[in-house]
Design a binder for this molecule. Structure first.
Ligand SMILES: Cc1ncc(COP(=O)(O)O)c(C=O)c1O
Length: 431
């Protein structure tokens, strides 16, 4: 690791949590240079929903490169882009009766978010945007102004302006209707909150600690937006592409956002790609007004098209995700009741679930021990207090169970190190 310490910036992150040199990977297993296998419950922070080196996607990209397909074409028309546009329309938009245009932004999620808020401000002529507590939308300045966590905000160096942070679903306790609060603030010309251009929301907050927006809460949020003629942006960068079951995380709520951001698992192969879906009447861009050299990563178009054709032609993939989500949920419930000393609650939805610990140090201990025992798993949340399970959706059932077993072992070991005074009297200490 000395090469990395000597040459790579201090800003490096995941390398510190998982200090080994990874060499190869297949589906839900990463192998390091010493030949040690690790089950992957991180999946590139939600980028590898279809697993590492998915053979279907790999073959598609190999065939394309072997045929000298266009790799870089700015945002010119290519056959790879055309195939992706058609596949996205056929597999995703049409079956859901969705009418959107596609904007290819720079290839990171944060750039899709930048495009979304820039467009919302341009369309409405307003500056303010509402984002939610614990939201994470990226770290470029526009997106960073929407992101809640001080750890990231403190690095901005400039004012993060023109954003009002409102309490998310459940933030003030389940009995408090946070939509009613926002409604009152937006509707009151004297509240001090400017009429926003848009509201941006994650249906499940990935980095913010797996907080789940209630389905009714989302419906009421949409109604609020319509009432005040404010655009609704769903940031589906982490929760989309099947992570919560359906292709989009808002499908269960039955809402129709004006703008939708997608990235992470869109290419399906870990290739950078980001997309803004916009209702056609909002498409007021002038040519090239939001641009970037790497708009339209053709290799990503190829793998994304293969992923759509392979996994989204019928409902089988979604059902398999829902089944695995049930397994994970039941397992986590069991951990919560079997280890009361750890003071955990289950969070999340779909294959985006986790355990929130009263003590962040315990969450940290669990992930460190898990890594020593061959499981890659990270924390999220405002205080890094939530252990987040984000395995590839394609994980083999036996490997899923093996990963869950390692997690339980790590939890048992971490709990056994708790000072005696923290151990619940009925708690059996698992060795
Ligand atoms: C919901 C959400 N939005 C935006 C982003 C930013 O994406 P990127 O890291 O590709 O810029 C992330 C990244 O984790 C995310 O989870």
């Amino acid at each position: 690791m000395r090469t990395f310490e000597r040459l790579e910036s201090e800003v490096r992150g995941y390398i510190r949590s998982f200090p080994t040199i990874f060499k190869t990977a297949r589906n839900a297993v990463l192998t390091d240079q010493h030949g040690h296998d690790y089950i992957d419950f991180l999946a590139g922070a939600g980028t590898l929903n279809y697993g590492h080196n998915n053979p279907v996607l790999k073959q598609a990209v190999l065939d394309y490169v072997n045929a000298d397909g266009i790799v870089h074409g700015l945002d010119m028309a290519t056959s790879a882009k055309k195939d992706f546009l058609n596949a996205f329309e056929q597999r995703i938009l049409k079956p859901r009766h969705m009418h959107y245009k596609l904007q290819f932004t720079g290839p990171t999620g944060t750039n899709a978010v930048e495009a979304a808020i820039k467009l919302a401000r341009k369309v409405t002529g307003r500056r303010n945007v509402v984002a939610f507590t614990n939201g994470f939308h990226g770290v470029t300045l526009g997106a960073l102004s929407l992101t809640g966590n001080r750890k990231y905000r403190d690095a901005a160096g400039v004012a993060l302006a023109d954003v009002h942070h409102a309490p998310y679903s459940g933030y003030l306790g389940m009995e408090v209707d946070t939509i009613a609060i926002l409604d009152k603030l937006i509707g009151d010309p004297s509240s001090g909150v400017d009429l926003p251009a848009a509201v941006i929301v994650e249906c499940v907050q990935g980095e913010g600690g797996l907080n789940v927006a209630g389905l009714n809460w989302l419906r009421h949020l949409e109604q609020l937006c319509r009432r005040h003629q404010v655009l609704l942006i769903v940031d589906d960068i982490q929760a989309g592409c099947g992570r919560t079951g359906g292709f989009f995380s808002f499908e269960q709520a039955g809402i129709a956002p004006d703008l939708i951001t997608l990235s992470k698992s869109l290419s399906g192969f870990g290739l950078p790609m980001a997309l803004l879906l916009l209702k056609p009447e909002l498409d007021v861009w002038k040519p090239g007004q939001h641009n970037g050299t790497f708009r339209g990563n053709n290799l990503a178009f190829v793998t994304a098209t293969a992923a759509l054709d392979h996994y989204w032609a019928d409902g089988r993939f979604q059902r398999s995700v829902e089944f695995k989500a049930g397994t994970v949920g039941a397992f986590l419930d069991k951990l919560v009741s079997n280890y009361p000393a750890a003071q955990m609650t289950r969070r999340g939805r779909g294959l985006m679930q986790g355990l929130a610990f009263a003590d962040p140090a315990l969450a940290d201990a669990v992930t460190s021990i898990a890594f020593q025992n061959g499981l890659i798993i990270e924390t999220s949340g405002g205080r890094d207090e939530v252990v987040k399970l984000l395995m590839p959706l394609t994980i083999e059932p036996e490997r899923l169970l093996a990963g869950l077993d390692i997690l339980e072992g790590a939890l048992a070991e971490a709990v056994s190190h708790l000072p005696a005074r923290f151990v619940h009297p009925n708690q059996e200490v698992h060795a």
